[in-house]
Design a protein around this ligand. Structure first.
Ligand code: F3S
Length: 664
């Protein structure tokens, strides 16, 4: 922390004050007693120094009248005409220390008022200089404090008036206000005679002080508290510098206040500007400057030590990722030690997005947590942090890594949005387009909500913190893996349980666990069926076996009907040649009729076996749906051929009847 002191140009004793003080010292050197009419200057240090040398002060004409041997000195402000008259009448020795610039104003108002001008004096009506100037007027002057009062006064009495008016100012009048007065007078009363009587020493001092005040962090104005020019100097400085102190000497400096300014200074250098009123002697300005310099140097060393101490702490800044330890948890926040001199706070809404949780549900004292700095308040020693933002960043880092590594992630689908679904993966929102959300396009997105799914990241925008994922890629990969495994291990005859996925006219597709096989319609039932839906429906879980494999064509033929249900087997077990069966005619051909003996087994009744006599046309004796009794005449299981005969049964029954009659 660097500090610099700059003393403004034109500070301290002006020509007029210097002249008056020298007059006093010259008289003292002559060995004479001195009485000043009023304080020679408004500076306690100077007046006390003079008092110590025997210089006394007379404040009233009466006190002056009582003097006998002293030499009277009129100060630089000058005095009223009556005082000079008194001194002359009494024959008293006096020296006139009236500043020539003040004397000039006295002459102006004297002459102008004699010439019939009304006189307006801009200044402090109670100031001795102004009172003295007023005494030189041949009429009663108007004394006004500022441009606002001047505006009202001119407007009321001089606007559009023939009256002559001259406007002057106290020598130490504020130059900025004087400029406004000039503009106001020219606007309302163009004929007014405006005479700038502000002392150049005053205006030069004010301008130099204003220049310095623009760049200073602190302005110290040195001079008497009752010194008009010093008070005005402080006013001017106050317009440009936020921190101004008016002191009579070094003892008036409040270093605690100054230190607080230095501490809160945000600039690289702390600049102290020093200016002094006309009544401030050089040695007082020097004393103020020296003390200020010494104190600032001490502060500089202290601050350098503090800076060194600060440097021993970790630096912390907004946006930084830091690790900290939870030191305490309350209902509203967690308090964290982040290894700096700050106290860290993580509010509940920066701990978690879950409204059902309290801080204690998320962290506990002693936990090491990673956080991000949201705000640093060095003045109060507080740092505001967020855990959830870091969690999201960590989550996003994982997402970026997962994309790079083509890794499979797992997350729960939280909602369906326009064009897809959303998964929050460790605090990061991952958008899954509808085309990437399911294995098949006809699946409903709503059914994914609240389901835990596997997905891959297919796109990442690191700048915008956005990620796009795909569930379908994972599903397809799983399917491919299952297929590969299936083909590696599958053998004809293997039995699987699978879900019927879809039906066609020629069969049913069954999911064997990532790979589909097909049961041909002929393999669904031992009976003749017209459509697979007569046996199974989509969603049914059925047991199938592998009938045939074609890896190159990626074709798996499945069987569904079982051997033990095979009607030929059952028929072979239960029927023999010669058995009489009841059968139902199911079809008629030119050479005979087929009749179902048991489900799945039809027997052929040849046209020659329909009756005892010759039949010309099958339909003459049989119709579909007729039930007939016939005798099994041939069984060929291998060729799946059964022959039955009505004629054979009739003949057998006729033969039996004949042999019965013969025995009787
Ligand atoms: Fe004279 Fe100007 Fe000083 S009027 S007393 S030189 S401020």
């Amino acid at each position: 922390m660097k500090a610099e002191i700059i003393v403004a140009e034109n500070s301290g004793f002006c020509f007029g004050v210097d002249r008056a003080v020298k007059i006093v010292y010259n008289i003292l050197r002559e060995g004479k007693k001195v009485v000043t009419y009023g304080e020679i200057i408004h500076n306690r240090d100077v007046t006390e120094e003079l008092a110590a040398k025997g210089v006394r002060i007379a404040d009233t004409p009466e006190e002056l009248s009582a003097l006998t041997e002293e030499t009277v000195v009129i100060r630089s402000h000058g005095a009223g005409k009556d005082i000079f008259r008194l001194l002359e009448e009494k024959g008293m020795e006096y020296r006139d220390g009236t500043c020539p610039f003040v004397r000039r104003i006295q002459k102006i108002v004297e002459e102008k008022s004699a010439a019939g001008y009304d006189i307006i004096i801009m200044g402090d009506e109670n100031h001795p200089e102004v009172r003295g100037i007023a005494s030189y007027c041949h009429n009663i002057p108007k004394i006004l404090k500022d441009d606002t009062l001047l505006y009202s006064y001119l407007k009321k009495f001089y606007k559009n008036s023939e009256k002559k008016v001259a406007i002057v100012a106290q020598t130490t009048y504020n130059i900025n206000i004087w400029d406004k007065c000039t503009r106001t007078a020219k606007e309302i009363c163009p004929g007014a005679e405006i005479i700038n009587t502000v002392c150049s020493a005053t205006s030069d001092r004010q301008e130099a002080a204003a220049r310095l005040a623009r760049t200073a962090d602190l302005m110290v104005i040195v001079g008497g508290k009752h010194s008009s020019n010093t008070v005005k100097l402080a006013e001017v400085c106050g317009e440009y510098c936020k921190a101004c102190v008016h002191v009579e000497n070094a003892g008036g400096l409040d270093f605690r206040y100054i230190e607080s300014l230095v501490r809160n200074n945000v600039r690289e250098k702390f600049i102290v500007g020093i200016t002094a009123g006309a009544s401030a002697p050089a040695h007082i300005i020097k004393e103020v400057t020296n003390q200020m310099s010494e104190k600032l140097q001490n502060m500089e060393e202290d601050f350098n030590f503090e800076e060194a101490l600060d440097a021993s702490f970790k630096k912390i800044y907004t946006g930084q990722r830091v690790k900290g330890y939870i030191t305490a948890v309350n209902d509203a926040e967690a308090i964290v030690d982040v290894g700096t001199k700050h106290t860290g706070y993580v509010s509940l809404d920066e701990l978690t997005d879950d409204p059902s949780l309290k801080p204690a549900d998320v962290v506990k004292p002693g936990d090491e947590v990673e956080l991000i700095v949201i705000k640093v308040n060095d003045a109060e020693g507080i740092v505001t942090l967020s855990k959830k933002k870091v969690d999201a960043m960590i989550g996003f880092d994982k997402i970026v890594k997962a994309k790079e590594e083509d890794a499979v992630l797992e997350g729960t689908v939280s909602s369906v949005v326009k064009g897809g679904v959303i998964i929050f993966y460790e605090g990061t929102r991952v958008f899954i387009p509808a085309s990437q959300a399911t294995a098949r396009r006809d699946e409903k997105l709503e059914e994914l909500v609240k389901k835990t799914v596997k997905f891959k990241i297919i796109e990442v925008n690191e700048q915008r913190g956005k990620a796009v994922g795909s569930i379908r890629i994972v599903l397809n990969a799983e399917k491919d893996a299952a297929k590969a495994k299936f083909w590696d291990t599958v053998q004809i005859g293997d039995v699987f349980k699978g879900e019927v996925k879809s039906l066609t006219n020629y069969g049913a597709f069954v999911d064997l666990g990532g790979i589909d096989g097909m049961v041909h319609i002929s393999e669904l039932s031992w009976n003749r069926i017209k459509h697979p839906s007569e046996v199974v429906k989509a969603g049914d879980v059925i047991e199938v076996y592998v009938k045939d494999l074609d890896k190159e064509a990626d074709r798996i033929s499945l069987g569904y009907k079982k051997t033990e249900d095979n009607p030929w087997v059952k028929f072979d077990e239960n029927y023999s040649v010669g058995d009489v069966v009841k059968a139902k005619v199911v079809s008629i051909t030119p050479f005979g009729a087929f009749a179902q003996i048991v489900p799945g087994i039809d027997g052929l009744i040849h046209i020659s076996q329909l009756a005892e006599n010759r039949v010309a046309n099958v339909k003459d004796v049989l119709s579909i749906g007729d039930e007939v009794e016939a005798k099994i005449t041939e069984i060929d299981i291998e060729k799946k051929r059964i022959s039955i005969s009505i004629r054979a049964l009739i003949e057998e029954q006729g033969g039996a009847a004949e042999s019965g009659e013969a025995s009787e």
